[in-house]
Design a protein around this ligand. Structure first.
Ligand code: SF4
Length: 395
């Protein structure tokens, strides 16, 4: 059994997709590039929360909902959202506005206020600390609830895993009954009556009945197996043509390193390969570290260029903040002449030891008269350099 692991449905999904990718994302904490579909989905989720929590029913005025969406959308640049350019970002905005109007029209006369929106909980169970955010919980009476998850991508029949996870967590969350009793003090039990995926682009709903206990037990056994593998540091790559093609970590991935690439492609052997010896492992770590540093340098250059172009001095990712400083420095064309000038103007005692820094401080201190300043200006070159700092944001 796994113990003490912070877990979530998205972590489960990523590990199942590729354990090596999970390692890059959650163990090594290498950020992925922004994805426009996440930004699009996140903005629509916030709009849904706004509509359902602003004194519903009724919804706020449509005009106010659209204003909320626009403010949310405009709070970040197209690059930050992950769109290729401003035109594509605009298409995304128009599509979002279309969806909101259609949703509003369909549901404006509904009169069952949800029990909760964006319901965040952490449930400790079987040694796991599982975080979940349920998009909407509707109350159906008699202690029964409906759990809803909005989807903002294509309408395709989905595997119910996400809802099975919610069912397991809700069945083990005493706060659900407390929440129900605030609405319906007579409720004796909390019961999940149905679950649905709501596809916002088409307004279609995919209903699922709660799974029987054996199904939930099977599903949960799979979750515990994944958690145990993570705790045992089993992070073998699981390559696949389409997932690797779109993987942000491909340049760092051992499968695609020149030495491993051919074997991995030949027979997918990478995931079953015999464990490497300590020296090979060390070499692989050194190569992975070098590649990660090179990738980080490249990212820093790209971030600096985008921030400088937009005159940003601070900008935020989900977990990190970037600060761009402009450092002005002086360069002395002829150090001997600079020294002579200091002597000539009797300024040597003011700098104690004549270094670039001490002389720069003197020139910036305002004690020089115009003639002295002009003489030094003729000997100096002003330089300006951008310095980027990336720091973890507070949790
Ligand atoms: S490139 Fe492929 S194998 Fe490597 S981490 Fe990404 S998905 Fe996994």
């Amino acid at each position: 059994m796994a113990g003490g692991l912070n877990f979530s449905y998205s972590k489960l999904g990523l590990y199942k997709e590729c354990p090596q990718k999970y390692k890059f994302r959650y163990i090594l904490k290498f950020p992925e590039k922004p994805k426009y579909y996440f930004a699009f989905g996140s903005a629509l989720h916030k709009v849904m929360e706004f509509m359902y929590s602003a004194g519903y029913p009724p919804f706020p005025e449509l005009e106010d909902v659209l204003k909320f969406f626009k403010a949310e959308w405009d709070s970040t640049s197209f690059e930050y959202k992950g769109y290729a350019d401003a035109a594509k970002e605009k298409d995304g905005f128009l599509e979002g506005a279309r969806i909101i109007k259609a949703f509003y029209e369909k549901h404006k006369n509904d009169n069952n206020p949800p029990l909760s929106t964006e319901y965040k909980s952490t449930v400790n169970i079987d040694g796991l600390s599982v975080i979940s955010i349920v998009d909407r919980i509707d109350y159906l009476g008699g202690g029964r609830v409906s759990i809803l998850d909005y989807k903002t991508g294509k309408t395709v029949a989905r595997e119910p895993d996400q809802l099975l996870m919610y069912q397991k967590l809700m069945d083990n969350n005493p706060r659900l009954l407390e929440m129900i009793r605030r609405r319906d003090p007579a409720a004796k039990e909390a019961k999940i009556s149905n679950m649905l995926f709501y596809y916002l682009p088409t307004l279609e709903e995919q209903y699922l009945q709660p799974a029987p206990k054996e199904r939930i037990d099977d599903f949960w056994a799979g979750v515990l197996k994944v958690a145990a593998d993570i705790m045992a540091a089993k992070f073998n790559p699981d390559p696949g043509e389409s997932k690797c093609r779109f993987c942000d970590y491909r340049a760092l991935c051992p499968v695609w390193a020149p030495s491993a690439k051919d074997e991995a492609l030949a027979d997918g052997a990478a995931r079953n390969a015999a464990p490497a010896g300590p020296m090979e492992e060390l070499s692989a770590k050194i190569d992975a570290c070098g590649a990660a540093l090179a990738a980080a340098d490249k990212l820093k250059q790209e971030i600096t260029a985008i921030m400088a172009k937009n005159n940003f001095t601070r900008h935020f990712g989900k977990n990190y903040a970037a600060e761009l400083e402009t450092i002005n420095t002086l360069d002395f064309k002829d150090s001997q002449k600079t020294l002579e000038l200091l002597k000539e103007f009797n300024l040597l005692p003011k700098v104690c030891v004549p270094t670039i820094n001490s002389i720069q401080k003197l020139l910036e201190s305002g004690v020089l008269d115009p003639r002295q300043k002009q003489a030094f200006d003729a000997l100096t070159r002003k330089q300006s350099e951008k310095r980027l700092k990336i720091n973890k944001t507070e949790d």
